[in-house]
Design a protein around this ligand. Structure first.
Ligand code: CP3
Length: 350
């Protein structure tokens, strides 16, 4: 079968499978983006960011840019987590220099205005991007599809923008858990369809981004972070048993060892604040781990960057480990520093 052939030849898929490999695979969250002049050149043409994400030729081109330049072991589909609310009929736009703006959903009537009808038509361009990538990627590079986790997507849908504390969604969840649960259920169900369509189009692994998981206390984390991710993971497993899922729940610290057992994900993304000894002793025994270099080390460069890379490789490598950052590449990152990182990982020996 195609799946087992890919696993045999792709370092990234082998690592997710727990197999022995020569060196850890690497890719970087937000590896396509504003730190690359060739990205800015493509980004300058479409009228707005949503239209850019929904232009398969352009999205495919920028997905391939970091692979061509640095030779990562995996490419992540270029899109955005807010395409799911767009697909549900919520108005989503990106304001230059400010970030995303959505018409907020604040009550049951707001949920009733959303609709799954026409979802695939509204986001179908994403599946076309995946099909193009599956054809155009180098043979040893794996293709990652993704979506936001329902909790993080809901924080934007409810606030209508990014927030530092996710207050609107947290308050709704406390005051009216059943009403808020209806929103989470809707986003969960449509996210399953969205990710399944990405796999059908050629995605070989899936990452679920729960950027704001860390703003919830334990009981709420189980209900709004773990449970929806578990539902998504189970639904995908039933249809595509060979496709591994990475759960990236940022900021959950001491709850990290529970993420894989509670949700069924094969791999766990780690943010930069988690101590490596904790990852090695408490998380890695139960899951493949991915992370967690501080994105600002990639801005600083030099000896600090080299030390950070070496420490990560020697503590968590070579097995059950995917090298990545603890969060996305920031726009100030010099591309030369990414090139230096790629060289260092490639020449590493255990
Ligand atoms: O990693 C990749 O290279 C794949 C593409 C990708 C983007 N967004 C492209 C993007 C992925 C995986 C995302 C996920 C995403 N989007 C998350 C979860 C991960 C994270 O970073 O925490 C979140 C919270 C969003 C929502 C979002 N999209 C915000 C808050 C913003 C504005 C902030 C910013 O950095 O500008 C975006 C815009 C966005 N998404 C850009 C990119 C490359 C920048 C847009 C530009 O080119 O101007």
């Amino acid at each position: 079968m195609a799946e087992s052939l890919s696993v045999k030849s792709k370092r990234f898929l082998k690592a997710l499978n727990g197999e022995a490999i020569d060196r850890p695979p690497f890719w970087l969250m937000r590896q396509a983006g504003r730190y690359l002049p060739e990205y800015l050149a493509v980004r300058a043409t479409p009228p707005d960011f949503v239209a850019f994400c929904l232009d398969p030729e352009k999205a495919c081109a920028v997905t391939l840019q970091p692979i061509d330049r640095f030779g990562m072991d995996a490419a992540i589909l270029f899109a955005d987590i807010l395409l799911v609310p767009h697909g549900l009929g919520q108005r989503v736009r990106f304001v230059e220099g400010e970030g995303p703006r959505l018409d907020p959903v604040t009550d049951g009537a707001g949920i009733d205005r959303l609709t799954r009808e026409g979802f695939h038509d509204k986001v179908g361009a994403v599946y076309e991007t995946v099909r193009l990538l599956a054809k155009r990627l180098p043979g040893d590079v794996a293709l990652i599809g993704f979506a936001g986790a329902p909790w993080t997507v809901a924080t934007y849908m409810v606030a209508g923008q990014g927030t530092s504390d996710q207050k609107p969604a947290r308050l709704w969840a406390y005051r009216d858990p059943e009403g808020f649960g209806r929103l989470i259920d809707l986003v969960t169900e449509v996210t399953i369809d969205y990710l399944a369509a990405q796999v059908e189009a050629g995605a070989e692994a899936i990452q679920i981004f729960d950027t704001w998981a860390g703003s919830l206390p334990e009981a709420e984390m189980r209900r709004w972070v773990f449970a929806p991710i578990a539902r998504i993971r189970a639904a995908l497993k039933a249809r595509f048993p060979h496709v591994p899922v990475i759960g990236f729940a940022k900021g959950i610290g001491a709850m990290l060892p529970e993420l894989a057992p509670a949700t069924g994900v094969e791999a766990v993304g780690i943010d930069a604040a988690v101590p490596l000894s904790f990852v090695r002793d408490r998380v890695q025994p139960g899951a493949v781990v991915q992370g967690n270099l501080d994105p600002l080390l990639l801005v600083a460069g030099g000896a600090a960057l080299e030390r950070g890379i070496d420490e990560l490789l020697s503590t968590l490598g070579p097995r059950r480990f995917v090298f990545n950052l603890g969060h996305g590449v920031v726009p100030e990152t010099p591309p030369d520093h990414v090139a230096a990182l790629a060289r260092r990982i490639r020449s590493w020996t255990p």
